[in-house]
Design a protein around this ligand. Structure first.
Ligand SMILES: Nc1nc2c(ncn2[C@@H]2O[C@H](COP(=O)(O)OP(=O)(O)OP(=O)(O)O)[C@@H](O)[C@H]2O)c(=O)[nH]1
Ligand SMILES: [Mg+2]
Length: 216
């Protein structure tokens, strides 16, 4: 009985996610769902990407956090429209939350809507938000075994950004293992090696994002 109820919730979420996607398509806004563990570098990557993209796109951000507005304040400081969602304990965003948050934007004026999901490698995997792309982040300090241990989130992603690669000299992190695990889980996904601190790999992510926006 409980399993049926959970399936119903997921089905309702999928329907709403499709509705969100239709709205984003109609408005010409490309939507990206950024997922990864707490502290893996999601907001820092967003900041670096926006610096790289400069004025070439009109972006906006939906920030998902259990509490507070720290990340939204960081995006607001860049002069980029942002809506903060507080999930009050829920460990992931869902399509209903994104629908409500998107009402805070004038969608037709946007090219790129970035959603920073709640930091979580498990629960975020099951919830389509209506995005066009999902980018998963794995930071070097988390360890190179995470794709093997938390496969779902990586399997459904269009790209993997290995973040904080400036820290590689300090950790036993095998990049080749992560690349090979990602190939097994999502053979078509792009893999980037990124350091927002050192500014490496950001250009490649921005270029790929631009290509995917053009291709849609
Ligand atoms: N060394 C290094 N540190 C980084 C890099 N990117 C982010 N950090 C640090 O990692 C910490 C967390 O970064 P955030 O961008 O806030 O991480 P987040 O994934 O948005 O965190 P939550 O939203 O809380 O889940 C901060 O102390 C950053 O300065 C990087 O490329 N290299
Ligand atoms: Mg963040």
């Amino acid at each position: 009985m409980r399993i049926v109820a959970a399936k119903k919730i997921l089905k309702a979420n999928d329907q709403l996610a499709e509705e969100n996607r239709r709205k984003f398509n109609a408005a010409g806004a490309f939507c990206v769902n950024i997922v990864g563990s707490p502290g893996c570098g999601k907001t820092t990557l967003l900041e670096a990407l926006f610096a790289q993209l400069g004025g070439t796109v009109a972006p906006a951000v939906i920030e998902g956090d259990i509490a507070g507005s720290i990340d939204a304040e960081r995006i607001d400081a860049l002069g980029i429209p942002v809506v903060q969602i507080n999930t009050d304990g829920a460990c992931h965003l869902d399509a209903t939350m994104v629908q409500a948050a998107a009402e805070g934007f004038d969608l037709p004026t946007l090219d790129l809507l970035m959603i920073e999901n709640v930091g979580n490698l498990v629960c975020t995997a099951g919830f389509d938000l209506g995005e066009h792309l999902r980018i998963a982040l794995l930071s070097v300090p988390e360890g190179d075994d995470k794709l093997a241990k938390y496969p779902a989130i990586f399997r459904g992603s269009d790209a993997l950004a290995i973040t904080k690669v400036d820290l590689l000299p300090h950790f036993d992190f095998d990049v080749a293992r992560v690349r090979s695990d990602m190939k097994a889980l999502a053979s078509k996904a792009k893999v980037f090696e990124v350091s927002a601190k050192a500014g490496t790999g950001i250009e490649e992510v921005a270029a790929w994002l631009g290509e995917r926006m053009q291709a849609r």
